[in-house]
Design a protein around this ligand. Structure first.
Ligand SMILES: [Zn+2]
Length: 618
């Protein structure tokens, strides 16, 4: 793809953290983190004998244990801030230059240290999980420890699932060459698989990342070639891909079985706990989403019509809106995108607009185009200075404008928490996507409100309606697949043919006959199924989307009171369950379908806007 030099973004400036990769400051942080980790490990050794008798500590042991636990908490937090700062800096360097050998070596060192830190923490974590309430209250008493309350209490919910300290240690240790290795195999496979494309211009061999970008091409033939090429490429590796899924799933199920000594552990328990939602909320949400299937299907059929087809094909799911009617919109340059997003954010509150300007002025956004840059976009932050960074490749265009708005939404979330105790700033993925999707929605609405021509309005509403398809059909289909997979995996190993069949059924359940065919290799091509750290990396997206729409809906009702309410909602996201956040700030009960139906009404409104724009443009 050719890129227009005038449109691309600037490079970021991370020199506030470390002048360079080779600066003594970076090495000093790394070795300080190493020392702190060693001290933590020594404290861990003292705490270890207390874990087994956590509930029957003598008075002296209790007093000593509380003291050590507090000391360990402070040490561990210090170590993790330093280590995370270095690790963030290195991953930023590697994002821009994936071939930077010095950064890779240092990142390897930081990773090993992170693993050591995790091990060193284990005794403390187990003790805090199992000790009696009296111990915990004494532990949480000092001002420096009090902010850990939510995290500690949340982890104590898993008391019933605890194994012995030796077993827990062993699980952490074996993880490296167990699940982590399977996840690495997936990454290595997807990084090296060649996709053979039969393009209108001739035959080409490309990597998966390039094939993915071709799946957004405006030419139907290019998109189909990218889709079929990707399916074929994964089919050639289906045995390996199936082995990865079976191993990751099997490992987790075995672990859940071991943890079921007191009461049965379900495969959804861990992802729900990490997402900080209850099963009742998930069920209420999925139930409401099920009712909204016709909404997604209306998007599919209108998009098919606009593309001049009977039915939408799976390779059309990333198609750009075809030009119809008059168009005045042109791709904004990076500076124009910043102004546009800043103005849109300022419509919520001037502070939000200024925040965007500040991000640009401080050069906290990486937007260049480069041959060694890694694909994708993310928001991160430096643990020491508590300042956010946004990473992406900006070349103009609707998709990237929205990505920038999305990541700046995340950055704003981090920014409003920058003065809070670190222990209260870790929010779950379900709530993480609130600020980002909120940012996107605000920009979407600004574009729609200011559209100058019928063709532009169609383009903007197309992009917005695509979220309906993606979050109300595609993500639920992934959830359905993963659920069925775990149910079957408990009894048997699944062959590639079984996985294809399961994927076909899951797509059919949600897409109905809205698509001309399925994507049988989707279980392999979608990397989210093969992440080693966590399962069900899907429903939190739909949650974030609908929750964020629910927040957006409060704008009209709260008027000028909205902004402070929004900021305090974000600030509570690291120290409450999602249910508690919703109840406190939205007066909403997530376990009831009503809240979800309200949000779906907003999604329905965006489909109506799309239909009206299409009627006007055609
Ligand atoms: Zn996000």
């Amino acid at each position: 793809m050719s890129t227009d030099k005038h449109l691309t973004g600037p490079s970021w400036d991370n020199s506030s953290e470390y002048p360079t990769l080779h600066s003594p400051e970076l090495y000093a942080d790394l070795s300080h983190a190493e020392e702190l980790t060693a001290s933590l490990a020594a404290l861990g050794k003292k705490l270890s004998p207390l874990v087994a008798k956590a509930n029957q500590l003598s008075g002296v042991e209790r007093e000593q244990g509380v003291c050590w636990a507090q000391e360990a908490t402070i040490l561990g937090e210090k170590a993790s801030i330093l280590l995370r700062n270095v690790a963030t800096y290195l991953s930023c360097e590697l994002s821009v230059d994936g071939k930077n050998a010095a950064a890779k070596t240092l990142a390897g060192k930081a990773e090993a240290l992170e693993a050591q830190l995790g091990q060193a923490y284990n005794a403390l974590e187990q003790l805090l999980k199992l000790a009696d309430d009296q111990f915990i209250e004494a532990y949480l008493k000092p001002e420096a420890i009090a902010p850990h309350r939510f995290h500690v209490m949340h982890e104590r919910q898993l008391q019933d699932q605890a194994l012995s300290l030796a077993e827990e240690d062993l699980i952490i240790g074996l993880n490296v060459n167990g699940p982590k290795a399977w996840g690495n195999l997936y990454d290595n496979l997807s990084g090296s698989i060649e996709v053979s494309l039969d393009l209108p211009t001739g035959h080409r061999q490309v990597g998966l990342a390039e094939a993915a970008s071709l799946s957004q091409d405006s030419d139907d033939r290019v998109r189909e070639a990218a889709f079929r090429g990707t399916e074929r490429a994964w089919e050639a590796h289906e045995e390996s891909a199936a082995a990865i899924l079976n191993a990751l799933g099997g490992w987790r199920l075995d672990l859940y079985k071991r943890r079921s000594h007191t009461k049965p552990v379900h495969f959804l328990d861990a992802p729900l706990h990490t997402s900080r939602i209850t099963k009742a909320s998930l069920e209420a949400m999925m139930g409401a989403v099920q009712e909204a299937v016709p909404l997604g299907q209306r998007v599919l059929s209108l998009q098919a019509k606009l593309l001049g087809k009977q039915r939408l094909a799976p390779w059309d799911l990333f198609a750009p809106c075809p030009p119809k009617g008059a168009c005045a919109w042109r791709a904004p340059s990076y500076d124009e995108a910043i102004s546009l997003i800043s103005e849109a954010f300022a419509s919520i509150h001037p502070d939000m607009g200024e925040f965007v300007q500040m991000m640009a002025k401080n050069r906290w956004i990486e937007g260049t185009v480069g041959p060694t840059k890694r694909p994708g976009a993310y928001c991160t932050q430096f643990a020491k200075s508590r300042t956010p960074r946004v990473y992406m490749t900006y070349t103009g265009g609707m998709r990237e404008l929205k990505t920038l708005a999305h990541e700046l939404g995340h950055a704003f979330h981090n920014w409003v928490m920058r003065d809070m105790p670190v222990a209260t700033t870790n929010y779950p993925m379900t709530l993480a996507e609130t600020a980002s999707i909120f940012g996107e929605t605000v920009v979407n609405q600004a574009l729609i409100n200011h559209a100058k021509a019928a063709g532009d309005l169609l383009n903007f509403t197309w992009a917005q309606a695509r979220e309906v398809e993606s979050l109300l059909l595609n993500i639920p289909a992934r959830f359905a697949f993963e659920q069925a997979f775990y149910e079957r995996r408990a009894a048997t190993i699944l062959q590639p043919a079984d996985l294809k069949k399961l994927m076909k059924d899951s797509w059919a359940a949600w897409y109905g006959d809205g698509l001309s065919e399925g994507s049988p290799m989707f279980w392999a091509s979608k990397l989210h199924f093969s992440i080693s750290e966590l399962s069900f990396y899907n429903f939190p997206y739909t949650f974030g989307y609908l929750f964020s729409l629910g927040v957006y809906a409060q704008r009209q009702q709260l008027g000028t009171g909205f902004y402070p309410a929004y900021v305090s909602l974000l600030r509570d996201s690291g120290s409450m369950s999602a249910e508690a956040v919703a109840l406190k700030h939205l007066g909403a009960d997530l376990t009831k379908a009503d809240f979800w139906r309200q949000s779906l009404k907003i999604a329905a409104e965006s489909v109506r806007q799309f239909e009206a724009a299409a009627a006007a443009a055609l």
